[in-house]
Write a protein that binds this ligand. Sequence first.
Ligand code: FAD
Length: 426
Amino acid sequence: MIKNNNFLEIPNINSKDANFKELIYEVDDSLFNAYNNSKKDFEHLCVCSGGTTSSCAKDGFTTLDLRKNYSNIHLDRESNLVKIGGGVIMGDLINYLQKHNRSFPIGLSKLPGAGYILTGGVSPLSRSYGLAIDNIESIKGFLGNGSFISLKNNQINPEKQLIWEAIKGAAAFFSIITEIELKTIQSNPIKVIEGFVNLNELSEIIKLSEEFPENISLQWIYAQKIYIYVFAELKNNLEDKRTEEYLMLLDKFPTLEKNFYKNFNNINFFPKELNLYKMNSNNHSEVISLLGEDLKNDIPIFINCLNEIMNNKPNNSCYVASQQLGCKTKKSNHGSSFFVHRKSTWKPWIYASWKKNDLQEKEVAMDWIYKSWSNLKRFYPNIHLAQLHNHLNSHKEELSLAFGGRMNELKTLKNIFDPQCILPPL
Ligand SMILES: Cc1cc2nc3c(=O)[nH]c(=O)nc-3n(C[C@H](O)[C@H](O)[C@H](O)COP(=O)(O)OP(=O)(O)OC[C@H]3O[C@@H](n4cnc5c(N)ncnc54)[C@H](O)[C@@H]3O)c2cc1C
C-alpha cells in the first residue's frame, strides 16, 4: 500500500504492499453511489478493520479503512455491554475492558479487528463463553445496496431475521458493520501450562484435552518445533480444584511449565523463539482454517499425517496449528448463525509463506497448503472462513465447506442486498 499522511499501517504484508486505487474512511449512503459509478465490473470494495488479512487491500481496488473513524469503545457499566466501532482491534478492546475488570473472548492475537468477531471468533475462552458472534447484542451498519441497518438481539422482526443470522459469520459479503455491541465477561486469572513437546507427547496431550472441562482449552503450533498452550480460566475455588486435577495430568511432561496470569491481557500466545506472528516484511502469506470434531481413536493416524505434512513443508515459515473449541460453542441457545459447523471441537489452520515477488516459491508454498488441506480433510472436513480468499482458486470450495446448507440463503441475501456486488464476491 502507498503510504501517505492519512495512512495507517496495515499488519498483513500482502495488503500492505498492494497498490490500492483509493483509500476512503467514511461510510454513509453517498459512498455507495459514488463508488458504484467509478468501479469496474470485476472490482469490489475492500474493507479494512484490523488489516490482518490478505484481502483488506488489493492492487487497483479501493479500500475502506474503518480504523480511523470507527474506533470508539464504550462500556455501559450497568449492562456491562460494550459498543465498539467497526474498526476496533481486539487488543484495544480488551485493554479498555481490563480497566473495568471486564474482558472479552478474543483470539490468540490482539492484532485482528472486527473481522475476528464477524467471521465467528474462536477464542481460548470459547469453550466457556461461546464464539465471538455468540456475544453480539446489536449491530449498526450498511448493506451493500446502501441502506442503513440497525439490529438488536431479541428485537428482530421476521424479515430481518436472515440478515441478523448471516451477519454472524458472513457479514463481509453483503454489509459493512460500523458498530457492534457485545456482552463482556468478568476478567478472571488464567493459568497456562506451556512449552515445547515432541510428536508423541502432542499425541498424548491431544488425547487428554478431548476430555477437558469447558474452562480448559488446548492450542498447539507445529512450526520448526511443536509448542503447546493449555489455557485454564480460574473462576472460583470449587471449580479451581477440579481444574487442578486436570492440569496435574500434564505434570508428567518434563518440558512444560506452569505460568499464572492476572488476566487474559497479559498473555502473549506463542513464544518469540517461533517468530511467527511478527509479520516478516519480506514475505507474503495465506492461511486456510479448517473445522472438525474430536479425533478420538484417530489421534495416531492424525499424528502420522501431521508428521508427513511437516516433513514436506517448503520452507521454515510454513506451519500448522490448532485451537480447541467445543462445549459452549456447540450450544444453539445463542440463536442461529452462519457459523454452521457447531459440532466442531478443533480449528486447525495451515499457514504458508514465501518470499514476496518469488512466484515460483509462492506456487510451491500454495501447492503445499492445498495438499496439506487435502490430507487433513478426513479429520477436519469443514472450513472456518476467517479469511476471504476470493483471489484464490480455492474460494468456491471454501465457501461451500464453510456455509454448507446455508450457502443458498447467503446467495439470496447477496442478490437482494448487494446487487451491484460492491462488497467481496461469493
Ligand atoms: C495473528 C493472528 C491470530 C489470529 N487468531 C485467531 C483466533 O484465535 N481465532 C480466530 O477465530 N481467528 C483468528 N485469526 C483470524 C482473524 O480473526 C481473521 O482473519 C479476521 O478476519 C481478521 O479480521 P481483521 O479485521 O483483522 O482483518 P481485515 O483484513 O481488516 O478484515 C478481514 C475481512 O473482514 C471483512 N471485515 C472486517 N471488518 C469488517 C466490518 N466492520 N464490516 C464488514 N466487513 C468487515 C473485510 O471484508 C475483510 O476483507 C487470527 C489472525 C491473525 C493474523
